[in-house]
Design a protein around this ligand. Structure first.
Ligand code: APR
Length: 310
Protein backbone atom coordinates (compact mmCIF):
# COMPACT_ATOMS: atom_id res chain seq x y z
CA UNK A 1 0.00 0.00 0.00
CA UNK A 2 1.38 3.40 -0.89
CA UNK A 3 1.59 6.17 1.67
CA UNK A 4 -0.69 9.16 1.54
CA UNK A 5 0.86 12.04 -0.42
CA UNK A 6 0.20 15.64 0.39
CA UNK A 7 1.37 18.71 -1.52
CA UNK A 8 1.51 22.14 0.05
CA UNK A 9 1.85 25.00 -2.44
CA UNK A 10 3.60 28.00 -0.90
CA UNK A 11 6.48 27.49 1.54
CA UNK A 12 6.00 30.77 3.34
CA UNK A 13 4.93 31.16 6.93
CA UNK A 14 1.62 29.32 6.63
CA UNK A 15 2.74 26.67 4.11
CA UNK A 16 5.85 25.69 6.06
CA UNK A 17 3.84 25.48 9.29
CA UNK A 18 1.27 23.24 7.59
CA UNK A 19 4.02 21.04 6.13
CA UNK A 20 5.68 20.66 9.51
CA UNK A 21 2.40 19.80 11.27
CA UNK A 22 1.70 17.11 8.68
CA UNK A 23 5.14 15.49 8.64
CA UNK A 24 5.06 15.42 12.43
CA UNK A 25 1.96 13.23 12.24
CA UNK A 26 4.14 10.64 10.45
CA UNK A 27 1.59 9.07 8.09
CA UNK A 28 2.23 10.96 4.85
CA UNK A 29 4.85 11.92 2.32
CA UNK A 30 4.74 15.68 2.08
CA UNK A 31 5.89 17.90 -0.78
CA UNK A 32 6.14 21.66 -0.43
CA UNK A 33 6.42 23.89 -3.51
CA UNK A 34 7.35 27.55 -3.77
CA UNK A 35 8.11 29.81 -6.69
CA UNK A 36 11.02 31.38 -4.84
CA UNK A 37 14.10 29.38 -5.65
CA UNK A 38 15.59 27.49 -2.71
CA UNK A 39 12.87 28.50 -0.26
CA UNK A 40 10.91 25.23 -0.20
CA UNK A 41 14.08 23.15 -0.31
CA UNK A 42 15.63 25.12 2.52
CA UNK A 43 12.54 24.92 4.73
CA UNK A 44 12.23 21.20 4.01
CA UNK A 45 15.85 20.62 5.02
CA UNK A 46 15.30 22.52 8.25
CA UNK A 47 11.99 20.77 9.09
CA UNK A 48 13.43 17.35 8.21
CA UNK A 49 16.38 18.01 10.50
CA UNK A 50 14.04 18.47 13.46
CA UNK A 51 12.54 15.02 12.89
CA UNK A 52 15.13 12.97 14.74
CA UNK A 53 14.72 15.23 17.78
CA UNK A 54 10.94 15.48 17.71
CA UNK A 55 10.25 11.90 16.67
CA UNK A 56 9.10 12.02 13.06
CA UNK A 57 10.56 10.72 9.82
CA UNK A 58 12.32 13.25 7.55
CA UNK A 59 9.95 12.77 4.60
CA UNK A 60 9.36 16.33 3.49
CA UNK A 61 10.50 17.29 -0.01
CA UNK A 62 10.94 20.93 -1.04
CA UNK A 63 10.62 21.89 -4.74
CA UNK A 64 10.55 25.06 -6.84
CA UNK A 65 8.27 23.50 -9.47
CA UNK A 66 5.45 20.97 -9.74
CA UNK A 67 7.38 17.98 -11.10
CA UNK A 68 7.33 15.66 -8.10
CA UNK A 69 3.84 16.57 -6.90
CA UNK A 70 2.16 13.94 -9.11
CA UNK A 71 -0.52 11.74 -7.61
CA UNK A 72 -1.08 13.77 -4.45
CA UNK A 73 -4.14 12.86 -2.38
CA UNK A 74 -4.48 16.35 -0.94
CA UNK A 75 -3.21 19.70 -2.24
CA UNK A 76 -3.12 22.70 0.10
CA UNK A 77 -2.86 26.13 -1.51
CA UNK A 78 -1.17 28.81 0.59
CA UNK A 79 0.57 30.63 -2.26
CA UNK A 80 -0.01 34.33 -2.47
CA UNK A 81 1.02 37.54 -0.90
CA UNK A 82 0.08 38.00 2.75
CA UNK A 83 -1.84 40.97 4.07
CA UNK A 84 0.40 43.69 5.47
CA UNK A 85 -0.49 46.37 8.02
CA UNK A 86 -1.89 48.93 5.57
CA UNK A 87 -3.84 46.37 3.51
CA UNK A 88 -7.33 44.99 4.06
CA UNK A 89 -7.87 41.32 3.34
CA UNK A 90 -9.92 42.35 0.33
CA UNK A 91 -7.11 44.46 -1.15
CA UNK A 92 -5.34 41.22 -1.85
CA UNK A 93 -7.95 40.02 -4.27
CA UNK A 94 -6.49 40.82 -7.66
CA UNK A 95 -2.91 39.73 -6.99
CA UNK A 96 -3.89 36.52 -5.29
CA UNK A 97 -6.50 35.66 -7.93
CA UNK A 98 -3.74 35.38 -10.53
CA UNK A 99 -1.51 33.35 -8.24
CA UNK A 100 -4.21 30.96 -6.98
CA UNK A 101 -5.57 30.41 -10.46
CA UNK A 102 -2.19 29.48 -11.92
CA UNK A 103 -1.03 27.26 -9.05
CA UNK A 104 -4.37 25.44 -9.01
CA UNK A 105 -4.02 24.60 -12.70
CA UNK A 106 -0.46 23.35 -12.22
CA UNK A 107 -1.38 21.23 -9.21
CA UNK A 108 -4.62 19.65 -10.46
CA UNK A 109 -3.10 18.70 -13.80
CA UNK A 110 -0.71 16.40 -11.93
CA UNK A 111 -3.05 15.24 -9.16
CA UNK A 112 -6.46 14.87 -10.80
CA UNK A 113 -8.02 12.92 -7.92
CA UNK A 114 -6.88 15.13 -5.07
CA UNK A 115 -8.84 17.17 -2.56
CA UNK A 116 -7.98 20.88 -2.74
CA UNK A 117 -7.80 22.93 0.44
CA UNK A 118 -7.54 26.68 -0.14
CA UNK A 119 -5.90 28.94 2.45
CA UNK A 120 -4.84 32.00 0.44
CA UNK A 121 -6.76 35.21 1.16
CA UNK A 122 -9.25 36.67 0.60
CA UNK A 123 -10.31 33.14 1.37
CA UNK A 124 -13.90 32.96 0.21
CA UNK A 125 -13.08 34.56 -3.14
CA UNK A 126 -9.97 32.40 -3.61
CA UNK A 127 -12.14 29.30 -3.15
CA UNK A 128 -14.20 30.47 -6.15
CA UNK A 129 -10.97 30.92 -8.12
CA UNK A 130 -9.71 27.43 -7.23
CA UNK A 131 -13.09 25.83 -8.00
CA UNK A 132 -13.21 27.51 -11.41
CA UNK A 133 -9.57 26.77 -12.25
CA UNK A 134 -9.93 23.09 -11.30
CA UNK A 135 -13.48 22.52 -12.52
CA UNK A 136 -13.86 20.11 -9.61
CA UNK A 137 -17.02 19.45 -7.57
CA UNK A 138 -17.50 21.22 -4.26
CA UNK A 139 -16.79 18.06 -2.29
CA UNK A 140 -13.15 18.33 -3.32
CA UNK A 141 -12.55 22.11 -3.30
CA UNK A 142 -13.02 24.04 -0.09
CA UNK A 143 -11.32 26.46 2.21
CA UNK A 144 -9.89 26.78 5.70
CA UNK A 145 -11.16 29.72 7.74
CA UNK A 146 -13.82 28.66 10.23
CA UNK A 147 -11.54 26.43 12.30
CA UNK A 148 -9.13 29.34 12.71
CA UNK A 149 -11.83 31.89 13.51
CA UNK A 150 -13.44 29.41 15.92
CA UNK A 151 -10.07 28.68 17.54
CA UNK A 152 -9.61 32.37 18.23
CA UNK A 153 -13.12 32.62 19.73
CA UNK A 154 -12.46 29.52 21.87
CA UNK A 155 -9.19 30.99 23.11
CA UNK A 156 -10.80 34.29 24.14
CA UNK A 157 -13.63 32.41 25.89
CA UNK A 158 -11.10 30.23 27.74
CA UNK A 159 -9.29 33.35 28.97
CA UNK A 160 -12.58 34.99 29.96
CA UNK A 161 -13.89 32.02 31.94
CA UNK A 162 -10.60 30.54 33.17
CA UNK A 163 -11.71 27.19 31.71
CA UNK A 164 -9.55 24.90 29.57
CA UNK A 165 -9.65 25.89 25.90
CA UNK A 166 -10.31 22.23 25.15
CA UNK A 167 -13.64 22.42 26.99
CA UNK A 168 -14.83 25.40 24.98
CA UNK A 169 -16.99 24.32 22.05
CA UNK A 170 -17.84 27.07 19.61
CA UNK A 171 -18.72 27.75 16.01
CA UNK A 172 -17.90 30.68 13.78
CA UNK A 173 -19.66 30.73 10.41
CA UNK A 174 -19.93 33.03 7.41
CA UNK A 175 -17.25 34.72 5.37
CA UNK A 176 -13.66 35.01 6.56
CA UNK A 177 -13.80 38.73 7.17
CA UNK A 178 -14.96 41.22 9.75
CA UNK A 179 -18.54 40.12 8.99
CA UNK A 180 -17.95 36.56 10.19
CA UNK A 181 -20.69 35.21 12.45
CA UNK A 182 -19.74 33.69 15.81
CA UNK A 183 -22.73 31.48 16.71
CA UNK A 184 -23.23 32.19 20.40
CA UNK A 185 -26.26 29.88 20.53
CA UNK A 186 -23.94 26.95 19.70
CA UNK A 187 -21.18 27.94 22.13
CA UNK A 188 -20.70 26.06 25.38
CA UNK A 189 -18.07 25.58 28.07
CA UNK A 190 -18.09 21.96 29.19
CA UNK A 191 -21.63 21.72 27.84
CA UNK A 192 -22.86 24.84 29.70
CA UNK A 193 -24.24 27.55 27.36
CA UNK A 194 -21.94 30.58 27.23
CA UNK A 195 -24.61 33.13 28.31
CA UNK A 196 -24.95 31.25 31.63
CA UNK A 197 -21.30 32.00 32.38
CA UNK A 198 -20.51 35.34 30.74
CA UNK A 199 -22.50 38.60 30.59
CA UNK A 200 -24.03 39.73 27.31
CA UNK A 201 -21.76 42.73 27.29
CA UNK A 202 -18.61 40.62 27.66
CA UNK A 203 -19.86 38.15 25.02
CA UNK A 204 -20.20 41.09 22.61
CA UNK A 205 -16.60 42.08 23.36
CA UNK A 206 -15.36 38.52 22.77
CA UNK A 207 -17.29 38.34 19.49
CA UNK A 208 -15.81 41.66 18.41
CA UNK A 209 -12.27 40.56 19.25
CA UNK A 210 -12.83 37.34 17.28
CA UNK A 211 -14.06 39.27 14.24
CA UNK A 212 -10.93 41.39 14.31
CA UNK A 213 -8.66 38.53 15.45
CA UNK A 214 -6.69 38.31 12.20
CA UNK A 215 -6.26 42.07 12.10
CA UNK A 216 -5.03 42.14 15.70
CA UNK A 217 -2.17 39.82 14.74
CA UNK A 218 -1.39 41.89 11.63
CA UNK A 219 -1.23 45.05 13.76
CA UNK A 220 1.28 43.41 16.08
CA UNK A 221 3.42 41.52 13.58
CA UNK A 222 3.08 43.60 10.43
CA UNK A 223 2.04 40.45 8.57
CA UNK A 224 -0.65 37.83 8.92
CA UNK A 225 -0.72 34.90 11.33
CA UNK A 226 0.69 31.42 10.67
CA UNK A 227 0.82 29.23 13.78
CA UNK A 228 -2.94 28.99 14.30
CA UNK A 229 -3.72 28.93 10.55
CA UNK A 230 -1.16 26.13 10.07
CA UNK A 231 -2.64 24.07 12.88
CA UNK A 232 -6.17 24.61 11.53
CA UNK A 233 -5.20 23.44 8.03
CA UNK A 234 -3.51 20.36 9.49
CA UNK A 235 -6.75 19.46 11.29
CA UNK A 236 -8.56 19.43 7.92
CA UNK A 237 -5.77 17.43 6.25
CA UNK A 238 -5.88 14.79 9.00
CA UNK A 239 -9.68 14.58 8.80
CA UNK A 240 -9.60 13.93 5.04
CA UNK A 241 -6.44 11.81 4.86
CA UNK A 242 -7.49 9.60 7.76
CA UNK A 243 -11.23 9.59 6.92
CA UNK A 244 -12.06 10.86 10.40
CA UNK A 245 -15.61 12.16 9.74
CA UNK A 246 -14.82 15.30 11.77
CA UNK A 247 -17.54 17.94 11.84
CA UNK A 248 -15.73 21.25 11.49
CA UNK A 249 -16.49 24.68 10.05
CA UNK A 250 -15.02 24.98 6.54
CA UNK A 251 -15.61 27.28 3.60
CA UNK A 252 -17.91 25.34 1.29
CA UNK A 253 -19.73 26.16 -1.93
CA UNK A 254 -23.34 26.58 -0.85
CA UNK A 255 -26.02 25.47 -3.22
CA UNK A 256 -29.12 26.49 -1.28
CA UNK A 257 -27.98 25.44 2.20
CA UNK A 258 -28.57 28.13 4.83
CA UNK A 259 -30.64 29.91 2.15
CA UNK A 260 -27.48 30.84 0.21
CA UNK A 261 -26.94 29.96 -3.43
CA UNK A 262 -23.73 29.82 -5.46
CA UNK A 263 -21.38 31.27 -2.85
CA UNK A 264 -18.48 29.98 -0.75
CA UNK A 265 -19.18 30.53 2.95
CA UNK A 266 -18.07 29.04 6.25
CA UNK A 267 -20.50 26.35 7.45
CA UNK A 268 -20.20 23.13 9.47
CA UNK A 269 -19.25 20.19 7.26
CA UNK A 270 -18.46 16.54 7.75
CA UNK A 271 -14.96 15.74 6.49
CA UNK A 272 -13.75 12.33 5.44
CA UNK A 273 -11.96 10.58 2.60
CA UNK A 274 -14.51 12.03 0.18
CA UNK A 275 -13.67 15.59 1.24
CA UNK A 276 -16.87 17.36 2.23
CA UNK A 277 -19.21 14.43 2.79
CA UNK A 278 -22.07 16.49 4.19
CA UNK A 279 -23.02 20.07 4.85
CA UNK A 280 -24.47 20.15 8.34
CA UNK A 281 -27.34 22.60 8.72
CA UNK A 282 -28.33 23.91 12.14
CA UNK A 283 -31.01 26.17 13.54
CA UNK A 284 -29.85 29.74 13.91
CA UNK A 285 -31.47 32.57 15.85
CA UNK A 286 -33.12 35.28 13.71
CA UNK A 287 -30.23 37.59 14.49
CA UNK A 288 -27.61 34.99 13.53
CA UNK A 289 -29.47 34.27 10.30
CA UNK A 290 -29.57 37.92 9.32
CA UNK A 291 -25.88 38.33 10.24
CA UNK A 292 -25.11 35.38 7.98
CA UNK A 293 -27.03 37.15 5.20
CA UNK A 294 -24.95 40.29 5.73
CA UNK A 295 -21.77 38.23 5.71
CA UNK A 296 -22.87 36.66 2.41
CA UNK A 297 -23.34 40.14 0.94
CA UNK A 298 -19.80 41.08 2.00
CA UNK A 299 -18.42 37.92 0.37
CA UNK A 300 -20.40 38.60 -2.82
CA UNK A 301 -18.84 42.04 -3.00
CA UNK A 302 -15.29 40.61 -2.95
CA UNK A 303 -16.21 37.84 -5.38
CA UNK A 304 -17.49 40.62 -7.66
CA UNK A 305 -13.96 42.07 -7.77
CA UNK A 306 -12.60 38.88 -9.35
CA UNK A 307 -11.60 39.13 -12.98
CA UNK A 308 -13.03 35.66 -13.66
CA UNK A 309 -16.74 35.40 -14.42
CA UNK A 310 -19.01 34.84 -11.37
N1 APR B 1 3.66 29.65 -6.90
C1 APR B 1 4.15 29.13 -5.75
N2 APR B 1 4.38 29.89 -4.66
C2 APR B 1 4.09 31.19 -4.73
C3 APR B 1 3.56 31.78 -5.90
C4 APR B 1 3.35 30.95 -7.01
N3 APR B 1 2.85 31.44 -8.16
N4 APR B 1 3.38 33.10 -5.65
C5 APR B 1 3.77 33.32 -4.39
N5 APR B 1 4.21 32.17 -3.82
C6 APR B 1 4.76 31.95 -2.50
C7 APR B 1 5.69 33.06 -2.05
O1 APR B 1 6.99 32.92 -2.63
C8 APR B 1 5.71 32.86 -0.54
O2 APR B 1 6.79 32.06 -0.10
O3 APR B 1 3.73 31.94 -1.51
C9 APR B 1 4.39 32.12 -0.26
C10 APR B 1 3.47 32.89 0.67
O4 APR B 1 4.10 32.92 1.89
P1 APR B 1 4.11 34.19 2.85
O5 APR B 1 4.41 35.39 2.07
O6 APR B 1 4.95 33.86 4.04
O7 APR B 1 2.57 34.29 3.29
P2 APR B 1 1.84 33.43 4.41
O8 APR B 1 1.87 34.17 5.70
O9 APR B 1 2.32 32.05 4.36
O10 APR B 1 0.33 33.50 3.89
C11 APR B 1 -0.05 32.84 2.69
O11 APR B 1 -2.29 32.44 3.40
O12 APR B 1 -3.31 33.13 5.35
C12 APR B 1 -3.15 33.40 4.00
O13 APR B 1 -3.38 35.80 3.84
C13 APR B 1 -2.48 34.74 3.77
O14 APR B 1 -2.88 34.74 1.41
C14 APR B 1 -1.90 34.54 2.39
C15 APR B 1 -1.50 33.06 2.42
Amino acid sequence: MSRIKITVVGAGNVGATVAQEIVRANYADVVVVDIKEGLAEGKALDINSAGSVLGYEPRLIGLDGYEGTEGSDIVVITAGVPRTGDMSRDDLVTTNEGIVSSVTREAVERSPDATLIVVSNPLDAMCHVAKDASGWPRERVFGMAGILDTARFRTFIAWETGASAQDVQALVLGGHGDQMVPIVSATTVGGVPLPKLVSDQRIKALVERTRKGGGEVVQLLGTSAWYAPGAAVAEIVHAVALDQKRVLPCTAHLEGEFGIEGLFMGVPVKLGAGGIEEIVELDLSDEERSELGRSAEAVREVVGVLAGSH
